[in-house]
Ligand binder design. Structure first.
Ligand code: GRF
Length: 222
């Protein structure tokens, strides 16, 4: 796979279909993202994301958390696998595991996550259903730096999507995912170009402090 010179070394962690991983692979191939995906690691065997990586000859590992006696030993093994690639950035792309504080601290300022809600709303699971149940008018997705608080770290970017009459979890999640595939590559691009800095609980882009919501893209108006 072609990569730009001085590409940012990235390890991507997945648990599933890997459509966000695909968006990053596509960006790398197109020469639009100054990254090199060094490895893809899944905690679930036989997921489509692994196939996506293999198609592009990206090294893959399956580390099944069920094979480890506890969370700490799994996270130790995971960190060893990640660090063997000496990444500059770790990207959680649908990685469905709660990580230990030690693990998170080890990657402070160099690990990103994507969460399908307009954080701080709806941390945790079933975000689309919760937005529908609450009759929200808008929903969305956030990319944030990972901290010890689950889905709670400083936000880099959010995309807002409308909730439409008759929406189901399926239709709404598809609308959100389309935005995921735009904003995750954007955030990774900014990181790779060293345009992001964390100041206390907020993120700066090109030394301009972003709002607590991060940079916002409103797909209702574009
Ligand atoms: C995405 O919806 C993401 O927001 C959430 O998990 C899902 C991963 O999807 N954290 P994919 O595996 O990238 O297709």
């Amino acid at each position: 796979m072609p990569t730009l010179d001085n590409a940012c070394r990235v390890v991507v962690l997945i648990s599933g279909s890997g459509s966000n991983l695909q968006a990053l692979i596509d960006g790398q191939i197109a020469g639009e993202l100054p990254i090199r995906i060094e490895a893809v690691i899944s905690n679930q065997p036989d997921v489509y994301g692994i196939e996506r990586a293999q198609k592009h000859n990206i090294p893959t590992h399956v580390l099944a958390h069920k094979d480890y006696p506890d969370r700490a030993s799994f996270d130790d093994a995971l960190a060893s696998a990640i660090d063997s690639y000496q990444p500059t950035l770790v990207v959680l792309a649908g990685f469905m595991r709660i990580l230990t504080p030690e693990f998170v601290r080890h990657y402070t300022g160099r690990m990103l996550n994507i969460h399908p809600s307009l954080l701080p709303k709806y941390q945790g699971l079933h975000t689309h259903q919760r937005a529908l149940d609450n009759k929200d008018e808008a929903h969305g997705v956030s990319v944030h730096f990972v901290t010890e608080e689950l889905d709670g770290g400083p936000i880099i970017i959010q995309a807002i999507v409308p909730i439409l009459e008759g929406d189901t979890v399926d239709t709404l999640s598809r609308r959100v995912q389309a935005q995921e595939h735009i904003i995750y590559p954007m955030a990774v691009d900014w990181f790779a170009k060293e345009r992001l800095t964390i100041k206390e609980d907020s993120v700066s882009l090109d030394n301009e402090l972003l709002p607590k919501t991060g940079h916002q893209i409103d797909s209702r108006t574009t």
